[in-house]
Design a protein around this ligand. Structure first.
Ligand code: XCC
Length: 654
């Protein structure tokens, strides 16, 4: 074994390291199975890519114009004269712009679905009218007309258009939801820094503009644009996407069951997995699967109805609202197909990797794409547009039945690995469970809860499969930290059994007592990545109860295994709100990069100074009251977080 410590990206685990160190009992047999089928997996592709390009790792490769690409150092600026800080910052900004475009497209698709319902083009009802009324109150949208309450669809339409405006308006002006919900202390800081945004689309537009050749050459000014963009990303895309899902499908409710790859062997139905981020097609599939005509199709194909499964964030959405078993996150998608258990994989938006197609072909699984932005070569495309959802869902399920019929007798390899799990929580259910924000605050003050952390974002080949998230969660529970989770981090923690009540045994005694009294699991899944909204609102309620700012409280945003640009944008958004951010990896988050120490052992590295890194790790503290910390080793990361919580507690006199 070679891999010990992922030195700032310079060393990645190889196949043997991953098999040795992953906490997942399901992964090794699946890797072996793929090899026996002559199907390469991500580990093969990752090994083939080593060593990764050091310029890319440092963020100092500039390919934003056609003069280069330039590999920039202090002594060798780009052809235009750009130095390393400018290139690192500009590349970084472009990644956050991509993130905002991704969550923004996601929000837009959901807002369009609500509008289709309000216009009668799509079937209702809107199950989240409480959220509509809550938003109407915050946004100052009148709820009555001439003394009579406004019809639900009318009110929902105006609220949705207000959210749409925050997402898309081009002319300068305040973002309504941000101004309605952000704490006054933050609004004041953002005003002072000059980073109040116009809209998500406007800030993406401006970010791309100012990273073109010969534009913003002052990297500090580019850093401020990144903060402005991060606020637009959060309040114009992330929060509306989460709320829109609630308006369409209602609040989640706590569920319990089992999760993991082993669930693919359960049941005798036509097996359909949903994958991506938009639960629009997935919800329509669940509804269609109850219809007698469709059930008859399944029976005619020799099945006993339908068995649904979830992958990535669509999986988190279905787990939260319907208790549908989640199978895996982004790195596990090809293994889910390799089991040979799935008849159909229905994908919507984002995090659907092209590597799944050869595996699906080999196993006879039909892959259906449902969104124009997310086509896959060789897949069947069935656009799940508002207005056609029930019909498209029926057609997809019929395709799945055909695949089931054709696949009869296909050999499967499903590791018998499942975990008990709970899901379906939001900020309200967590607060209710503790008896309200004041009671949760009292537990925090008393030290029953040391601090609160949210473990979010993706999985990455840069660590052994799911290891950083799982090790870090266990270490934090041992230190009394209350954990919420979303996205692929949640998949890792679900699969490790950490969302089951039995895992309370891993907690510090006082935290364990508090969780038992509240009947909450040790790690609390609050949904998909856009549902980081729920953690933010939980923390805002706590700060309000404490009469202080987020930056004064023991809170940490943790992306131990960031992979997608969206993870980067989310970290920046929490940072802008005054929450410390721990990232498992420096790139794309800029921190001092690694350099071999001349004359020392082959794996001795030192950190090289980088002003952008200093900005986010030091200067950000005075500007925002928070900073970015990078620590790849999860055991050490837990110590970093705990130390910060102790300092915050001392400062608060707790
Ligand atoms: Fe994608 Fe959301 Fe990341 Fe997972 S966690 S890899 S973004 S599915 Ni959102």
């Amino acid at each position: 074994m070679r891999y010990r410590y992922p030195k700032l990206n310079a060393e990645m685990p190889d196949r043997a390291d991953v098999l040795d160190l992953t906490p997942s009992a399901a992964l090794p047999p699946l890797v072996e199975h793929m090899a026996s089928c002559d199907l390469p997996c991500y580990l093969d592709r990752s090994d083939a890519q080593q060593r990764l390009c050091s310029w890319g790792l440092d963020g100092t490769c500039c390919r934003r114009c056609l003069w280069g690409p330039c590999r920039v150092t202090d002594s060798k600026p780009g052809i235009c004269g750009a130095g390393p800080a400018q290139v690192v910052m500009g590349n970084h900004l472009r990644m956050v712009a991509a993130a905002a475009a991704a969550h923004g497209s996601h929000a837009r698709a959901r807002l369009e679905t609500i509008l289709a319902v309000t216009e009668g083009r799509e079937e209702g009802p809107l199950r989240g009218m409480d959220r509509v009324r809550w938003l109407a109150e915050r946004l100052g949208v009148p709820q009555a007309n001439a003394g009579a309450p406004r019809p639900d669809l009318d009110l929902a339409r105006e609220v949705t258009l207000a959210l749409y405006d925050d997402l898309s308006k081009a002319r300068p002006g305040p973002m309504r939801l941000l101004h309605a919900c952000a704490p006054p202390e933050r609004l004041e800081r953002w005003r002072e820094l000059g980073v109040l945004p116009t809209s998500t689309m406007a800030e993406v537009f401006e970010s791309l503009h100012r990273t073109t050749l010969g534009t913003d050459s002052d990297w500090r000014n580019t850093a401020l644009q990144e903060l402005r963009l991060a606020l637009a990303f959060f309040w114009g895309a992330v929060v509306p996407a989460s709320f829109a899902s609630e308006i369409l499908y209602g609040r989640p409710s706590p569920t319990s069951g089992e999760v993991g790859f082993g669930m693919l062997a359960r049941g005798r139905g036509v097996k359909v997995a949903v994958h991506g981020h938009l639960p629009v097609a997935a919800e329509a599939l669940l509804a269609a699967a109850e219809e007698p005509e469709i059930l008859a199709e399944a029976e005619a194909a020799g099945a006993d109805g339908f068995d649904f499964y979830g992958i990535c964030c669509s999986g988190q959405e279905l787990l939260a609202r319907h208790g549908v078993p989640s199978v895996t996150g982004i790195l596990g998608q090809e293994f889910a197909l390799a089991t040979g258990a799935l008849d159909a994989l229905v994908v919507d938006l984002q995090c659907v990797v092209p590597a799944i197609m050869p595996v699906a072909r080999a196993k006879g699984t039909v892959v259906v794409t449902t969104h124009e932005s997310n086509r896959l070569e060789g897949a069947v495309h069935m656009p799940a547009e508002p207005g056609a959802l029930p019909e498209v869902a029926r057609k997809i399920l019929k395709l799945a039945c055909d695949a089931h019929r054709l696949r009869a007798g296909t050999a499967t390899c499903v590791p018998a690995v499942t975990a008990p799990a709970r899901g379906g929580f939001d900020d309200e259910t967590v607060l209710e469970a503790f008896g309200g924000a004041n009671e949760l605050l009292a537990l925090l003050r008393r030290g029953d809860i040391t601090g609160l952390a949210t473990l979010v974002s993706c999985n990455t080949p840069k660590v052994p499969f799911e290891r950083s998230n799982v090790v870090l969660a266990k270490e934090l529970l041992r230190r009394g930290v209350l954990i919420t989770t979303t996205g692929c981090a949640a998949h890792a923690l679900l699969d490790a059994g950490l969302t089951a009540d039995a895992a309370r045994d891993l907690c510090a005694p006082q935290l364990r007592g508090a969780l038992e009294r509240a009947a909450l699991p040790p790690v609390i899944p609050v949904g998909a990545c856009v549902d980081n909204t729920r953690t933010m609102f939980l923390w805002l309620r706590l700060a309000e109860a404490a009469g202080t700012s987020l930056s004064a409280l023991p809170l940490f945003y943790v992306g131990a295994e960031p992979g997608n640009e969206k993870a980067l944008g989310m970290g920046m958004a929490f940072l802008a709100h005054g929450v410390n951010v721990l990232s498992g990896f420096p790139i794309p988050v800029p921190v001092p990069s690694a350099e071999h120490i001349p004359g020392a052992a082959a794996d001795d590295m030192r950190r090289v100074a980088n002003p952008v890194a200093d900005f986010f790790s030091r200067e950000a503290v005075s500007a925002l009251g928070a900073r970015i910390v990078v620590e790849p080793a999860p055991e050490l990361a837990a110590g970093v977080i705990h130390m910060d919580f102790k300092r915050k507690r001392w400062a608060l006199g707790w």
